[in-house]
Design a protein around this ligand. Structure first.
Ligand code: MN
Length: 143
């Protein structure tokens, strides 16, 4: 059995997909979703940071200085719209891409997300490929 048949091993293509230093903050209250995103982001070569609500997301953004934020909108304590407004009002994060994760492909949610300052949105359910295509619009993969 070759090393490549181990699903946990990184192929050359996977490990070259993203510069190892790029940090993605995932703000998501669903533990299963966080675990899933952590797995696929790490496999792609990103550094993962996870926050469970909007307030923790804002705090961890300051502490961890992510290169991109994946922001669920329906969150406890502080929702994704408010967390995005707070981050985008801070000059430190004005240029940090924030991708909103909307629960449904509802135009009203998508418009609100952009009004709050999100740079893009993706609607659940999304494919891993769709997610990485969107992330790579903001964080181009290493060549
Ligand atoms: Mn949620």
């Amino acid at each position: 059995m070759s090393a490549n048949s181990d699903p946990n091993s990184l192929s050359m293509a996977d490990s070259a997909a993203a510069p190892a230093c790029q940090r993605i903050l995932v703000v998501e209250d669903n533990a299963d979703m966080r675990e899933f995103l952590q797995r696929i982001l790490k496999r792609r070569g990103y550094h993962y940071v996870g926050a469970v609500d909007g307030a923790e997301g804002v705090a961890l953004a300051s502490a961890e200085r992510p290169d991109l934020i994946l922001m669920d909108l329906a969150l406890p304590v502080l929702d994704g719209y408010e967390a995005t407004r707070m981050l985008k009002a801070n000059p430190d994060f004005a240029a940090t891409p924030i991708i909103a994760v909307t629960a449904h492909a509802r135009a009203v949610d998508q418009e609100r997300a952009l009004e709050a300052g999100c740079d893009a949105y993706i609607s659940k359910p999304y494919s891993i490929r769709q997610l990485f295509e969107l992330i790579e619009q903001f964080l181009p993969p290493a060549t």
